[in-house]
Write a protein that binds this ligand. Structure first.
Ligand code: GLY
Length: 369
């Protein structure tokens, strides 16, 4: 077994994120130490991932004598609501998933969030293992314990903090993603450089195109570095009382754009994060917090990666700047009615602030539309 480990030291809820090629095939050996006498796990996945990889997971578990039962939910964001959540919880109960058993979340962010939330409430909390199959899930949603589903009022408004017991990020599995999905995940990778590590951003400027083209060693290093940065932040601020909000760089703009495009194929979450990061840097420059070169550099890198970086890159019409700002008011980062933004003093130096004039946000949006 050859893999790298990022440890998330959260006391009695500490866990490893293991990153390497072929971890699905070795899943049984990694999960076996978490199991008691009952050598069986309960897998929640989606139909796309099941079609591509479920038999490989079954074989990987069987090689360590572990049995599995699986429920494949429809792929897509609309699964992340009460109906499929209820279905998943009732299936786990029907399959007799007990207090000491392990739920396995095998899929992207939708499955990880839903399965983690199901595990958090089932019998008042059972353990779960994340096996993220998208770049976005490997570098962001599978680590840190945010779980949940969407409400009609907004994304991720129903949920719980529930840390996984283990995360297995199989780098080889990223090879089955479409280029668009891979690059959407990269939106979260470049975010780490922008929020807290200029050296990492420089590394991405040099290596991003090669890792997008398929270099597995570079992919593993990008995932490892991103996960290490996320782990460091989560350990400082598990429940987002402060620093963890830095991980939301670009997300205030992104959530408004996702709502405006109906959470559809017009804009994937990671694409919205990338555009949102470019807008956050533009706003920071206009407020005199960073130089004008910083937003230009962000946009240049996204363009070099073949990614969307401007509002105009989103297909179809967008609502007015005023309507987009109104959509931001639904964001979970609203505190005492004040919108909080993640702004930056330069690449790698982001900070959280509520001190942003509405007019400045409107001006950035109006000029971009
Ligand atoms: N995805 C942001 C966080 O985990 O805090």
């Amino acid at each position: 077994m050859s893999y790298q480990t990022v440890h998330v030291p959260l006391g009695d809820r500490a866990y490893d994120v293991r990153i390497g090629e072929g971890l699905v095939a070795e899943a049984g050996a990694h999960i076996a130490p978490l199991l008691g006498k009952k050598k069986k796990v309960f897998v929640l996945t989606d139909e796309t991932v099941a079609g591509l990889h479920l038999e490989a997971l079954r074989a990987g578990l069987a090689s360590a004598g572990i049995d599995m039962v699986a429920l494949a939910l429809p792929a897509g964001e609309s699964t992340k609501g009460w109906p499929q959540f209820t279905r998943a919880v009732e299936w786990l109960l029907a399959e007799k998933c007990e207090r000491r058993d392990i739920v396995v979340a095998f899929g992207g962010g939708v499955i990880g969030d839903l399965a983690g939330f199901a595990a958090s409430v089932l019998r008042r909390g059972v353990r779960f293992v994340q096996i993220p199959t998208t770049l976005l899930a490997q570098v962001d949603s599978s680590v840190g314990g945010k779980t949940g589903i969407n409400a009609p009022q907004g994304k991720n408004l129903i949920g719980a903090f529930h840390q996984p017991s283990l995360v297995l990020a199989d780098i080889a599995i990223l090879g089955t993603l479409t280029e668009r999905d891979f690059l959407a995940g990269y939106g979260e990778v470049q975010k780490y450089g922008l929020l807290g590590d200029e050296g990492f951003f420089e590394w991405l400027e040099a290596n991003g195109p090669k890792l997008a083209a398929g270099d597995l060693g570079l992919r593993a290093e990008a995932v490892r570095h991103s996960v290490q940065m996320k782990a460091d932040i989560v350990v400082r601020d598990e429940t987002e009382q402060g620093d963890r909000a830095l991980l939301n760089l670009g997300h205030t703009f992104c959530h408004a754009l996702e709502a405006a495009t109906g959470y559809s194929d017009r804009l994937l979450h990671g694409e919205g994060v990338a555009i949102g990061c470019a807008l956050a840097f533009e706003l920071s420059a206009r407020l005199g917090l960073c130089s004008q070169e910083a937003p230009s550099r962000v946009r240049e890198h996204l363009k070099a990666m073949g990614m969307k970086c401007d509002l105009k890159d989103i297909p179809g019409d967008l609502p007015s700047a005023e309507a987009l700002v109104d959509l931001m008011a639904q964001d979970k980062k609203v505190l005492d009615g004040q919108l909080r933004f993640i702004l930056a003093r330069g690449i790698g130096s982001a900070f959280v602030t509520a001190d942003v004039p509405r007019e400045a946000v409107l001006a950035v949006l109006r000029d971009g539309l």
